[in-house]
Design a protein around this ligand. Structure first.
Ligand code: ATP
Length: 249
């Protein structure tokens, strides 16, 4: 097994008497694409907030590259690039200007910022859109730009929260290919949180099935493929209690 970059130990978060995250144990290795799969309210976002050091666990701990997120949130933020469902840009600025702005905020000189921004725009497939105002970008283009934006600080881990919502099917496929390619070429560890089983299946190496705050199963998708086991069957088996059955699209 490779280097473990995300380690959750008995991680629990309670809001009053309600347990949003319930004793989760999970290790994710460098370079893996791991899916957090579960219906709304399963506890995925709360788990991510604890990884980022933005919410304190009630008990248990989170370690990111060996750093405790709760004790050292600033150090951890340097390791993680977090792409929320909808990242805001300055719509009257071009893709290039937006990225240069982020690079300057991250301490790059003007020359380095421009070089870095152009390199990343190329990497995410937006080379032809660099001088277009982001207000005119499609949802798929905005998400690519969002990915470039989080990659500026060279994170070891990228966390994507419902990254494909609102993108058309071709855009989704391209975005997933982009993530897989980035992970393969740059050994980037990716956490892909989604309630869309189909997309998680296409994007991820492994998947954790969440429901009612619990991590019910950890599945190796390539292994399942070779054994011809269907994710949808396992998912429905675990999540049926909550009444949410997933129909494959
Ligand atoms: N600040 C809070 N106070 C009280 N309850 C909360 C709070 N934040 C989250 N919860 C509850 O914790 C549970 C888990 O929420 P969470 O947002 O982590 O789920 P999720 O899997 O990310 O779902 P979604 O896909 O809808 O974001 C939900 O029942 C939610 O209502």
């Amino acid at each position: 097994m490779g280097e473990q970059v995300i380690v959750l130990t008995d991680l629990t978060k309670k809001y009053g008497n309600f347990t949003a995250v319930d004793h989760i144990n999970l290790s994710i290795c460098k370079g893996e694409i791991f899916g957090l799969l579960g219906p709304n309210g399963a506890g995925k976002s709360t788990t991510i907030l604890m990884m980022l050091g933005l919410t304190e666990p009630t008990s248990g701990k989170v370690e990111i590259c060996g750093i405790n997120s709760t004790m050292n949130p600033i150090e951890v933020k340097r390791k993680i690039g977090y792409l929320p469902e909808d990242l805001g840009f300055y719509d009257d600025m071009t893709g290039l200007e937006n990225l240069v702005y982020t690079a300057l905020l991250n301490g790059f000189s003007k020359k380095e910022a421009k070089e870095k921004a152009i390199e990343l725009l190329n990497r995410v497939g937006l080379a032809e859109q660099i001088n277009k105002k982001t207000g005119k970008y499609s949802r798929g283009m905005r998400q690519r730009l969002g990915l470039a934006d989080v990659l500026i600080k060279n994170p070891e881990i990228v966390i994507l929260d419902e990254p494909t919502s609102g993108i058309d099917p071709t855009g989704i496929q391209e975005f997933i290919e982009l993530i897989r390619n980035l992970s393969r070429v740059h050994s980037l560890t990716v956490l892909f949180s989604s309630h869309n089983l189909d997309q998680v299946q296409k994007a991820c190496d492994r998947v954790g099935v969440f429901n009612h705050g619990k991590l019910l199963a950890q599945l190796d998708l390539r292994e399942m493929e070779s054994k011809k086991v269907e994710l949808i069957d396992i998912y429905n088996n675990y999540v049926k209690e909550g009444g949410e059955k997933h129909e494959q699209s």
